[in-house]
Write a protein that binds this ligand. Sequence first.
Ligand SMILES: CSCCC(=O)C(=O)COP(=O)(O)O
Ligand SMILES: [Mg+2]
Length: 305
Amino acid sequence: MMAPNKRPAEETESLLIGVRSIVFDIEGTTTPISFVKDTLFPYVRNNIESYLNKNFDNPEVQKAISALREQAAKEKSETVEGVVEIPSSDASKEDVIKAVVANVQGQMDADRKTTELKNLQGLIWKDAYESKEIKGELFEDVAPMLKMLAEEGLQLYVYSSGSVESQKLLFANSVQGDLSDVFSGYFDTTTGSKTDSASYKKIAAEIKVEPNSILFLTDIPQEAEAAVTAGLRSALVIRPGNVELTDEHLQNFACIERFDELYGEEYDEDDDIKRFAGDNGEQDDNEEEEEEEEEEGEEEEGDDA
Ligand SMILES: CSCCC(=O)C(=O)COP(=O)(O)O
Ligand SMILES: [Mg+2]
C-alpha cells in the first residue's frame, strides 16, 4: 500500500543520477524494525548474563565492560538519570556481571544507541549468528537490489547505530545469503551520531567521494536532515512497521518504499534499458567503443552473407 501523500514512483525521476555511493541505514531501511526489537534485543536480554559468565575473561568482553564502566562514571558525574554504575575490576566477577546486566537492560529500556552498549550487543549477537539461532532479516527486495546496484558500479556502504561488527554479522548471515561482497565499507557511531551532520562529512572524507555524489537512505527524517546539511543527498525509506512520517517530511524528501524506486520508475527485469551507467547516467568511453565495435562486426557479417 502506498504511504499517504507519497508521489507514485512512476512520476519521480531517478535518484541515482550523479550518485557514486549509497549509504544504507539498517533498522527500518534494509531490515524490519520488528527484527531488531523482537529478535535481536530480546536475544541480548535473555542471554547477557550467561554470555558474560561464559566469556568474562575474553579480552574483547573486558574491553566492552571497561567502556561501559567509563561511560556510566562520566554520565553519573553529568547527573544523567537512571545510570547504573559498574564496580571496578577489583570487585567480584559476580558483582561486575550483575551491574553490567542492569546497566545494559537500563540502556535498552530507554532504546539508547550508545557506542558502548552497541559494542557489547554486537559481541553477544555473534554467538547467535554463529549458532544459526538468528539470521539477519531483510526486506525481500534488499539482496537483489544491492547486488544489482553494486554490479552497476555503485559503491555501497552501511551507516547504522549497531556496531560495525554487528552490521557485518547481519549481512553475512542474512536470510538472503551472504551479502558481504556488495559492501565497500561500514560505519557506526564511532564516526559520530547519526543526527549530527559532522558524521556525514567524515564519511564522505573517508570514502573519498564528494558529498553531493553520495545518497543516504534512512527511515529517520532527523538523520536525513543531518546528511543533507552535510551536503549529501538523502531519501526517506518507508517500510512496513516504520514510524509514520509527517506531511512535512513527505514533502521535503524524496520517499521510496522499495529500492527499485531509486530508478524513478517500476523496475522491470525484462526491460533492457540501462538506467545507471556510472556518473550522471552517461556511458563511459570504453562502453561506447565496445558497442561501436559490436555494431561494425554485425555490419561486416551482414555484408559477407
Ligand atoms: C546492526 S543491527 C542492530 C541494529 C541496532 O542495534 C540499531 O540500533 C539500529 O539502528 P539503525 O541506526 O540501523 O537504525
Ligand atoms: Mg533506521
